[in-house]
Design a protein around this ligand. Sequence first.
Ligand SMILES: [Zn+2]
Ligand SMILES: [Zn+2]
Length: 317
Amino acid sequence: MNMSKNEATTCNHNVPSPSRLYHLEPIGIGTPFVESYSSYLTRVAHAHLLAAPDLVKHVISPEITDLVTARNKTPNKSYKLSWVVNGLSTSTEVWIEALSNLTLRDDLAWTTLLRFRQVFSERKLLREEKAWCPHCFDRWKNEGLPIYEPLLWMIAQVHACPEHRTFLLCSCPHCGEDMPLHKATKAIGLCRKCGNWLGDDGRFRRDPTDEHLRYATAIGELLAHVPCCKEIALNTSIPHLLDYLVERRTKGSEIGLAKLVRIKQIYIGDWRQGKYLPPLGAVARICRFFNLSLREAVLGEIGGEQQLIRLQMNMDH
Ligand SMILES: [Zn+2]
Ligand SMILES: [Zn+2]
């Protein structure tokens, strides 16, 4: 952020133009604990000694307006509603592009679920309030690592930390305050109301069930592999998976599959035909029922017939 946009363009062509915001690296790309976009934006803001909403108001929003206007569209409120765009909506794409332009990073898409926009429905995908693992916060603090919020914690289906085998907390253990995701905090890891450290676990500890841990592990594994998946295989992986299950596991009966996994047949039919996208929770449940890897089912790395053969091999062993 040392030079203005105009100064930067007068540089010698052999010298790369500096980014307008710090070229901060997102944490944990390629791991189950990849950083979320909202966490990354907050850390960039703090690196510039700003609160996230101020960075958004004075730097990112003008960039978004330029981007949207350049596409001959009128900037509307939907692009500006919230900076918590960790999901897979159209506004997520614009926010990624804006922050990528400002930081000159090309890996910010991995801090969101955008790669799954042709795979999962947006409905009930992300939670609206923060959830966190106090032991993760504490470990990072004790080891002098950056404190951040992984994308995994934003996903509504995830209730436990697969590393510490503990429930995520959803309210401050000191004052009980819930934390809406879009409300800025002074620092990540501190309660926005009382300011206390959120790395203390609550007084009432409960251990998560194996089921909670399996879902969190499976979704974490999926997030870890996103950067190496092919979008074209993703777009057809769920219809292929459902076709395969109907053909091979329920003797061609769609209603048989629906009954087994306790999901209405009309939904299974719509997802098979690609009419609507399934929620992540439903796909995770189907995979869990048939003891399939969520990652392999969703990423469909080789696609088509080969993918079916691979799935068959997994199920036969
Ligand atoms: Zn943890
Ligand atoms: Zn508090």
